[in-house]
Write a protein that binds this ligand. Structure first.
Ligand SMILES: [Zn+2]
Length: 266
Protein backbone atom coordinates (compact mmCIF):
# COMPACT_ATOMS: atom_id res chain seq x y z
CA UNK A 1 0.00 0.00 0.00
CA UNK A 2 2.93 2.33 0.58
CA UNK A 3 5.20 1.15 -2.24
CA UNK A 4 6.34 4.21 -4.16
CA UNK A 5 3.99 6.30 -2.02
CA UNK A 6 5.60 9.73 -2.65
CA UNK A 7 5.20 9.25 -6.41
CA UNK A 8 1.44 9.08 -5.96
CA UNK A 9 1.27 12.60 -4.60
CA UNK A 10 0.04 14.29 -7.78
CA UNK A 11 -2.04 11.36 -8.94
CA UNK A 12 -5.63 11.90 -9.85
CA UNK A 13 -8.06 11.73 -6.93
CA UNK A 14 -10.02 8.98 -8.68
CA UNK A 15 -6.87 6.82 -8.89
CA UNK A 16 -6.02 7.41 -5.23
CA UNK A 17 -9.52 6.39 -4.23
CA UNK A 18 -8.75 2.92 -5.61
CA UNK A 19 -6.02 2.57 -2.98
CA UNK A 20 -8.28 4.02 -0.29
CA UNK A 21 -10.86 1.35 -1.12
CA UNK A 22 -8.25 -1.36 -0.50
CA UNK A 23 -7.56 0.12 2.90
CA UNK A 24 -11.30 0.18 3.70
CA UNK A 25 -11.51 -3.45 2.56
CA UNK A 26 -8.67 -4.31 4.98
CA UNK A 27 -10.60 -2.53 7.74
CA UNK A 28 -13.63 -4.71 6.99
CA UNK A 29 -11.52 -7.88 7.19
CA UNK A 30 -9.79 -6.90 10.43
CA UNK A 31 -12.91 -5.72 12.27
CA UNK A 32 -15.39 -8.18 10.76
CA UNK A 33 -17.63 -5.20 9.92
CA UNK A 34 -20.55 -5.69 7.56
CA UNK A 35 -20.73 -4.18 4.09
CA UNK A 36 -22.25 -0.67 4.09
CA UNK A 37 -20.82 0.08 7.52
CA UNK A 38 -19.98 3.78 7.79
CA UNK A 39 -16.40 4.37 6.61
CA UNK A 40 -15.98 7.17 9.13
CA UNK A 41 -16.88 4.83 11.99
CA UNK A 42 -14.57 2.15 10.59
CA UNK A 43 -11.66 4.60 10.46
CA UNK A 44 -12.40 5.78 13.97
CA UNK A 45 -12.58 2.22 15.30
CA UNK A 46 -9.41 0.94 13.66
CA UNK A 47 -7.48 4.18 14.41
CA UNK A 48 -5.55 3.65 11.17
CA UNK A 49 -4.01 6.76 9.63
CA UNK A 50 -5.25 7.69 6.15
CA UNK A 51 -3.06 6.60 3.26
CA UNK A 52 -2.59 10.28 2.35
CA UNK A 53 -1.05 10.89 5.77
CA UNK A 54 1.20 7.85 5.40
CA UNK A 55 2.33 9.07 1.96
CA UNK A 56 3.06 12.49 3.39
CA UNK A 57 5.24 10.99 6.12
CA UNK A 58 7.10 8.97 3.49
CA UNK A 59 7.85 12.04 1.38
CA UNK A 60 8.87 14.12 4.39
CA UNK A 61 11.16 11.32 5.57
CA UNK A 62 12.92 11.49 2.19
CA UNK A 63 13.44 15.21 2.64
CA UNK A 64 14.68 14.61 6.19
CA UNK A 65 17.26 12.16 4.86
CA UNK A 66 18.34 14.63 2.19
CA UNK A 67 18.82 17.42 4.72
CA UNK A 68 20.75 15.19 7.09
CA UNK A 69 22.93 13.84 4.30
CA UNK A 70 21.69 10.28 4.41
CA UNK A 71 21.07 10.61 0.67
CA UNK A 72 23.63 11.70 -1.97
CA UNK A 73 24.37 15.46 -1.78
CA UNK A 74 23.46 16.07 -5.44
CA UNK A 75 19.80 15.58 -4.51
CA UNK A 76 20.13 18.69 -2.39
CA UNK A 77 21.21 20.81 -5.35
CA UNK A 78 17.67 20.88 -6.66
CA UNK A 79 16.17 21.85 -3.32
CA UNK A 80 16.79 25.58 -2.80
CA UNK A 81 17.28 26.58 0.83
CA UNK A 82 15.37 29.57 2.08
CA UNK A 83 17.60 32.57 2.27
CA UNK A 84 15.32 34.98 4.09
CA UNK A 85 14.44 33.01 7.25
CA UNK A 86 14.38 34.91 10.55
CA UNK A 87 16.83 32.61 12.27
CA UNK A 88 19.66 30.28 11.42
CA UNK A 89 17.38 27.35 12.22
CA UNK A 90 14.73 28.60 9.82
CA UNK A 91 17.30 29.13 7.10
CA UNK A 92 18.65 25.63 7.65
CA UNK A 93 15.38 23.77 7.98
CA UNK A 94 13.05 25.61 5.59
CA UNK A 95 13.02 25.79 1.81
CA UNK A 96 12.00 28.23 -0.86
CA UNK A 97 8.97 27.05 -2.74
CA UNK A 98 9.94 26.63 -6.40
CA UNK A 99 8.13 29.10 -8.70
CA UNK A 100 5.27 27.61 -10.68
CA UNK A 101 2.82 28.64 -13.39
CA UNK A 102 0.57 25.63 -13.31
CA UNK A 103 -1.25 23.91 -10.45
CA UNK A 104 -0.13 20.59 -11.90
CA UNK A 105 3.53 21.48 -11.22
CA UNK A 106 2.69 22.97 -7.80
CA UNK A 107 1.10 19.65 -6.79
CA UNK A 108 3.93 17.50 -8.16
CA UNK A 109 6.43 15.68 -5.97
CA UNK A 110 9.16 18.25 -5.17
CA UNK A 111 7.01 21.43 -4.76
CA UNK A 112 4.35 19.69 -2.69
CA UNK A 113 7.04 17.98 -0.60
CA UNK A 114 8.61 21.37 0.15
CA UNK A 115 5.25 22.98 0.91
CA UNK A 116 4.36 20.20 3.34
CA UNK A 117 7.80 20.38 4.93
CA UNK A 118 7.55 24.13 5.49
CA UNK A 119 4.15 23.70 7.14
CA UNK A 120 5.52 21.34 9.80
CA UNK A 121 5.69 22.67 13.36
CA UNK A 122 9.24 23.78 14.30
CA UNK A 123 9.84 21.04 16.85
CA UNK A 124 9.19 18.34 14.24
CA UNK A 125 10.96 20.00 11.31
CA UNK A 126 14.15 20.73 13.25
CA UNK A 127 14.48 17.30 14.84
CA UNK A 128 17.68 15.70 13.60
CA UNK A 129 16.83 12.06 14.37
CA UNK A 130 14.69 10.43 11.69
CA UNK A 131 13.20 8.05 14.24
CA UNK A 132 12.11 10.88 16.54
CA UNK A 133 10.96 12.92 13.54
CA UNK A 134 8.60 10.10 12.50
CA UNK A 135 7.45 9.56 16.06
CA UNK A 136 6.64 13.26 16.57
CA UNK A 137 4.86 13.44 13.21
CA UNK A 138 2.65 10.45 14.03
CA UNK A 139 1.95 11.77 17.51
CA UNK A 140 0.83 15.08 16.04
CA UNK A 141 -1.10 13.94 12.95
CA UNK A 142 -2.03 10.25 13.26
CA UNK A 143 -5.24 9.29 15.08
CA UNK A 144 -4.54 8.12 18.63
CA UNK A 145 -4.37 4.34 18.95
CA UNK A 146 -7.00 2.56 21.02
CA UNK A 147 -5.71 -1.00 21.53
CA UNK A 148 -8.68 -1.88 23.75
CA UNK A 149 -10.80 -2.54 20.64
CA UNK A 150 -8.39 -5.35 19.67
CA UNK A 151 -8.57 -7.31 22.91
CA UNK A 152 -10.48 -10.56 23.41
CA UNK A 153 -11.19 -13.51 21.17
CA UNK A 154 -12.31 -13.05 17.58
CA UNK A 155 -16.05 -13.88 17.57
CA UNK A 156 -17.33 -11.87 20.56
CA UNK A 157 -14.89 -9.09 19.67
CA UNK A 158 -16.39 -8.98 16.17
CA UNK A 159 -19.96 -8.79 17.53
CA UNK A 160 -18.95 -6.10 20.01
CA UNK A 161 -17.29 -4.11 17.21
CA UNK A 162 -20.33 -4.39 14.94
CA UNK A 163 -22.56 -3.00 17.67
CA UNK A 164 -20.08 -0.14 18.13
CA UNK A 165 -20.17 0.49 14.37
CA UNK A 166 -23.99 0.79 14.38
CA UNK A 167 -24.40 -2.17 12.06
CA UNK A 168 -24.77 -5.48 13.86
CA UNK A 169 -27.23 -8.38 13.63
CA UNK A 170 -29.51 -6.68 16.16
CA UNK A 171 -32.87 -6.01 14.53
CA UNK A 172 -32.64 -2.29 15.22
CA UNK A 173 -29.46 -2.07 13.10
CA UNK A 174 -30.72 -4.48 10.41
CA UNK A 175 -33.95 -2.49 10.07
CA UNK A 176 -32.01 0.80 9.75
CA UNK A 177 -30.09 -0.73 6.85
CA UNK A 178 -33.21 -2.11 5.16
CA UNK A 179 -32.39 -5.73 6.03
CA UNK A 180 -35.25 -6.46 8.42
CA UNK A 181 -38.99 -5.80 8.33
CA UNK A 182 -39.06 -4.69 11.94
CA UNK A 183 -36.58 -3.14 14.37
CA UNK A 184 -38.23 -5.00 17.23
CA UNK A 185 -36.91 -7.79 19.41
CA UNK A 186 -38.80 -10.98 18.57
CA UNK A 187 -39.16 -11.75 22.25
CA UNK A 188 -40.07 -8.37 23.79
CA UNK A 189 -41.67 -6.52 20.85
CA UNK A 190 -39.69 -3.33 21.53
CA UNK A 191 -36.76 -2.09 19.40
CA UNK A 192 -33.82 -4.46 19.73
CA UNK A 193 -31.30 -1.69 20.30
CA UNK A 194 -27.84 -2.29 21.79
CA UNK A 195 -28.98 -1.17 25.25
CA UNK A 196 -32.00 -3.49 25.00
CA UNK A 197 -29.71 -6.39 24.16
CA UNK A 198 -27.29 -5.71 26.99
CA UNK A 199 -29.59 -4.44 29.75
CA UNK A 200 -33.26 -5.17 29.09
CA UNK A 201 -34.04 -8.17 26.91
CA UNK A 202 -35.93 -10.83 28.85
CA UNK A 203 -34.97 -13.52 26.39
CA UNK A 204 -31.73 -14.15 28.24
CA UNK A 205 -31.52 -15.64 31.75
CA UNK A 206 -31.54 -13.07 34.58
CA UNK A 207 -28.42 -14.54 36.12
CA UNK A 208 -26.52 -13.81 32.89
CA UNK A 209 -27.33 -10.10 33.07
CA UNK A 210 -26.75 -10.01 36.83
CA UNK A 211 -23.33 -11.50 36.28
CA UNK A 212 -22.55 -8.82 33.66
CA UNK A 213 -23.72 -5.97 35.90
CA UNK A 214 -22.14 -7.24 39.13
CA UNK A 215 -18.75 -7.96 37.59
CA UNK A 216 -18.72 -4.72 35.56
CA UNK A 217 -19.69 -2.65 38.59
CA UNK A 218 -16.85 -4.13 40.59
CA UNK A 219 -14.50 -2.56 38.01
CA UNK A 220 -16.37 0.71 37.42
CA UNK A 221 -15.38 2.57 40.54
CA UNK A 222 -15.01 6.35 40.90
CA UNK A 223 -17.26 9.45 41.03
CA UNK A 224 -19.25 8.53 37.93
CA UNK A 225 -20.10 5.08 39.20
CA UNK A 226 -23.65 4.26 38.32
CA UNK A 227 -25.84 3.42 41.32
CA UNK A 228 -28.62 2.08 39.22
CA UNK A 229 -28.73 -1.52 38.23
CA UNK A 230 -27.43 -0.90 34.71
CA UNK A 231 -24.25 0.00 32.92
CA UNK A 232 -24.26 2.96 30.50
CA UNK A 233 -24.14 1.94 26.82
CA UNK A 234 -21.12 4.14 26.15
CA UNK A 235 -19.14 2.25 28.80
CA UNK A 236 -20.31 -1.10 27.45
CA UNK A 237 -19.15 -0.20 23.96
CA UNK A 238 -16.04 1.89 24.53
CA UNK A 239 -14.85 1.15 28.05
CA UNK A 240 -14.18 3.96 30.48
CA UNK A 241 -11.49 6.55 29.80
CA UNK A 242 -10.76 7.12 33.49
CA UNK A 243 -9.85 3.47 34.05
CA UNK A 244 -6.38 2.04 33.39
CA UNK A 245 -6.04 -0.07 30.26
CA UNK A 246 -5.81 -3.36 32.22
CA UNK A 247 -9.15 -2.66 33.97
CA UNK A 248 -10.81 -1.82 30.67
CA UNK A 249 -9.55 -5.13 29.26
CA UNK A 250 -11.21 -6.93 32.19
CA UNK A 251 -14.42 -5.01 31.48
CA UNK A 252 -14.32 -6.02 27.82
CA UNK A 253 -13.75 -9.67 28.81
CA UNK A 254 -16.92 -9.54 30.95
CA UNK A 255 -18.90 -8.01 28.07
CA UNK A 256 -17.51 -10.56 25.59
CA UNK A 257 -18.47 -13.34 27.98
CA UNK A 258 -22.06 -12.00 28.06
CA UNK A 259 -22.15 -11.83 24.25
CA UNK A 260 -20.88 -15.41 23.98
CA UNK A 261 -23.33 -16.79 26.55
CA UNK A 262 -26.42 -15.12 25.02
CA UNK A 263 -25.75 -17.07 21.81
CA UNK A 264 -27.31 -14.16 19.88
CA UNK A 265 -24.20 -13.47 17.74
CA UNK A 266 -25.12 -9.80 17.25
ZN1 LIG B 1 -35.79 -8.49 23.91
Amino acid sequence: MEYGGPLFINQDKVDLEVLDKIQIEAMHIVTGAKRLTSHDLLKKDTCWPDLSMRRELQELSILHKVIHKQYPPYLLNDLPYMSDGNSRLERRFKFNTPPYNYAFYRDSVIPSMIANWNKLPNDIRTNTSLKTFKYLFKEKFAPPKYPLYNCGSRLPQMSHTRIRLNFSNLNYHLFNHGLSDSPNCENCNVPETPIHYFMECTKYPTNLRNELITKAKAILTGPNRSDRNRIPLNTLLHGKKELPYSENVKLFEIIHSYIRKTGRNP
